[in-house]
Ligand binder design. Structure first.
Ligand SMILES: [Zn+2]
Ligand SMILES: [Zn+2]
Length: 370
């Protein structure tokens, strides 16, 4: 039976595109819970996320959804930062090529080696340190026919958004249609733009349920999605289904899963489980999400992976890994201080400061107990 509820206090929480709490209806039967996602300082505003998975979208798209559905213009901390979900290869360093009347990114562009740029906050401008030039949206996104580059980005974003809503509503879509749209997004927006990553997520969900050997494609998709979560500050739990299922599929043939992929999946699972079930017992993780039994999950595992990510300059990925480790060991002051350092490295100073305060409180608590 479907049930509806109106929450007297919960309905009054303000929105933030990077909220410090998460709503769940799974924890206590008959009650809605707002669970802290990060240490919250006394007196600080408690925020929630009205967008759900759509919070992975670009600032203009999030603001469009919020203003059309919730009737306000969002000015949260994330909306006021440069938009890390519209990161594209520089048009100067990687000139677009002609492709049957339209312009696209070079097909042989090495994703890892490409020079990516993100738009400034005030003006919609992308600056490249490589060629020391500033580009506007019309130069960054190649136009097609009458459509300018900016129109083209907006059109692809809306099509991806609508397709995702249709899939949520169980509207039938063919796999070839998904591949076509993915190809379009990748060619126009590149592999670090949220709309392309959303299409990879959709493709992954299709492949997970499709027989045949899709392992190579799944592994590739998973790596690109994980890299996006790192650079765009988007929690991997927004791409949950893909991350939850991919390693299980990869391992199902008795093959070894690369520990990197497993680590990512464990972070996502730990995030989901701790948010919704508050389980720190790893046997719960194994039972609930069919983690291969030979794998034991420990905060130390995630911390080690985070340290490796830090030393190779992937601070965004390190932030997610430390967060996952903390969800398994919430009172570990050592992991907390490393998480704060990673956030500081990323320029997220106020979050880092509030974690440092929390960390000090835990250390003091420990001293007074001894
Ligand atoms: Zn916002
Ligand atoms: Zn450049």
């Amino acid at each position: 039976m479907e049930q509806t509820a109106l929450f007297y206090l919960g309905s009054r929480l303000n929105h933030s595109c990077e909220s410090n709490s998460h709503y769940t209806g799974n924890r206590i039967p008959g009650k809605g819970c707002h669970v802290a996602l990060t240490p919250i300082e006394e007196g600080a505003l408690i925020t929630t996320n009205y967008l759900g998975d759509d919070a992975m979208m670009s600032t203009p798209m999030r603001r469009w959804v919020l203003s059309s559905q919730k009737l306000f213009h969002c000015e949260c901390t994330r909306c006021m930062r440069p938009d890390e979900t519209r990161v594209v290869p520089c048009p100067g360093c990687h000139p677009r090529v002609s492709n049957g009347g339209s312009w696209t990114l070079p097909p042989d562009l090495d994703i890892e080696g490409a020079r990516y740029i993100s738009p400034s906050r005030a003006a919609d401008e992308w600056y490249c340190e490589g060629c020391a030039r500033t580009w506007n949206a019309d130069a960054v996104f190649p136009g097609v026919g009458e459509l300018s580059g900016m129109d083209m980005e907006n059109r692809v974003e809306r099509v991806v958004y609508n397709l995702n809503k249709e899939l949520d509503a169980n509207v039938e879509t063919s796999y070839s249609q998904i591949c076509e749209l993915l190809q379009l997004a990748a060619g126009v927006l590149g592999m670090r733009h949220w709309a392309t990553v959303k299409m990879l997520d959709i493709q992954t969900q299709f492949l997970i349920g499709t027989p045949g050997d899709n392992r190579l494609q799944l592994e590739e998709n998973s790596q690109t999605m994980w890299a996006f979560c790192g650079t765009a500050h988007v929690p991997p739990s927004y791409l949950l289904t893909s991350f939850l299922c991919t390693p299980t599929v990869l391992a199902s043939d008795g093959g070894d899963v690369k520990s990197e992929i497993l680590t990512r999946a464990l972070v996502c699972r730990a995030m989901l489980v701790s948010e919704d079930f508050q389980a720190t017992d790893t046997s719960v993780l194994q039972r609930r999400f069919y983690v291969p039994l030979h794998v034991s999950i420990a905060a130390a595992h995630l911390t080690k992976a985070a340290e490796e990510a830090m030393s190779s300059g992937k601070t965004g990925e390190a932030v997610h890994l430390y967060h996952g480790a903390l969800l398994l060991e919430p009172q570990n002051a050592q992991i907390l201080s490393k998480w704060a350092a990673a956030l500081r490295e990323q320029g997220r100073l106020s979050e880092a400061d509030s974690i440092a305060i929390h960390c000090e409180q835990i250390s003091q608590l420990r001293v007074s107990c001894e």
